[in-house]
Design a binder for this molecule. Structure first.
Ligand code: SF4
Ligand code: SF4
Length: 302
């Protein structure tokens, strides 16, 4: 059973048409720029937004474990005591406290997905499973994909492809499209910035391309990490060497959107202080030009 940390309706950037996107909690990667750091841990987590807190102490008073203290710096939680019962979240009048991660059954998720079929039908949309990493929860994912398939719902899986090839194959047979992020061609640098090497990801990309799967590649474009000419050229060489009908990628310029979420989790954004910056217009254009040289259309955004 996977914990779900968000269900987004009317999503327009997670595949074709209007979609419902289900976010599964837990990811084997831990990219320093991650936009959804609450999706990395497989466990429930409490989030706290200091600027929403009015200091009413309702949470402190209701906590059965005496895990919360109101300080000058807002509410401090003792995670050794907290059992994540959620009582503090229920009483917080301003939603300063939130819980990330809810256990939903496949039946419940199917009922939520089926509510959106009118929008999906009108827009040629469907459902997208993302995370975190949905392939970490392959049993539940496959059950959801099969049930959606029975309802003729278009299925997209947004994945790192950091998974065993047998799992990737089974998921591929039960979805219409993958969205795959390609973060770095150098395995050591991939490990440095994302916490894992990249060989498994690259071989899975090759495998799905050889199997004729439909997939989009997205590249987060980050100065200081992967926007240098050498990495872009290696990415273009790799993507032009595989059999792949789309030959179109999305470049996603760096954004520090994850910083705010780390503050809510009370964790540290970019703990290694890696210098990351949005790519300049010149770098964006150079990247587009390099991909074009290799016969690949690169589009900013996606
Ligand atoms: S989740 Fe439960 S145990 Fe944890 S701080 Fe809130 S009330 Fe206390
Ligand atoms: S209940 Fe909410 S608003 Fe009140 S002190 Fe706790 S976090 Fe702040």
């Amino acid at each position: 059973m996977a914990l779900i940390f968000d269900i987004k309706r009317y999503a327009i950037n997670d595949g074709p048409g209007i979609r419902i996107t289900i976010f599964m909690k837990g990811c084997p990667l831990s990219c320093v720029w991650c936009h959804n750091p609450e999706g990395i841990s497989v466990h429930k987590e409490k989030l706290y937004t200091k600027k929403k807190c009015i200091g009413c102490k309702s949470c402190v008073e209701i906590c059965p474990e005496h895990a919360l203290t109101l300080t000058r710096d807002g509410i401090i939680s003792n995670n050794d005591l907290c059992i994540l019962c959620g009582k503090c979240v229920e009483v917080c009048p301003t939603l300063a406290l939130e819980m990330s991660g809810t256990e939903y059954s496949v039946d419940y998720l199917m009922s939520e997905i089926l509510k959106e079929t009118a929008f999906m039908d009108r827009s040629s949309g469907g459902v997208t499973f993302c995370g975190g990493e949905p392939l970490m929860h392959s049993d539940m994912l496959l059950e959801l994909l099969r049930r959606c398939g029975e309802e003729d719902i278009h299925r997209v899986v947004d994945t790192t492809l950091y998974a065993r090839p047998e799992i990737v194959t089974e998921v591929m047979q039960n979805c219409e499209m993958f969205l795959v992020d390609l973060k770095h061609m150098n395995s050591e640098k991939h490990r440095k910035y994302c916490g894992t090497p990249n060989e498994r990801i690259l071989s899975n990309i090759k495998m799905i391309s050889e199997a004729g799967a439909d997939f989009f590649i997205r590249i987060p474009l980050i100065e200081g990490v992967n926007a240098d000419e050498e990495n872009i050229r290696r990415s273009a060489e790799f993507l032009s060497s595989i059999s792949w009908k789309r030959k179109e990628i999305n470049l996603l310029p760096y954004h520090d959107i994850g910083k705010n979420k780390h503050e809510k989790l009370r964790t540290i954004y970019n703990p290694g202080s890696i210098l990351m910056a949005p790519p300049s217009e010149e770098v964006q254009q150079r990247t587009i030009d390099i991909f074009e040289e290799y016969g690949i259309r690169a589009i900013i955004g996606g």
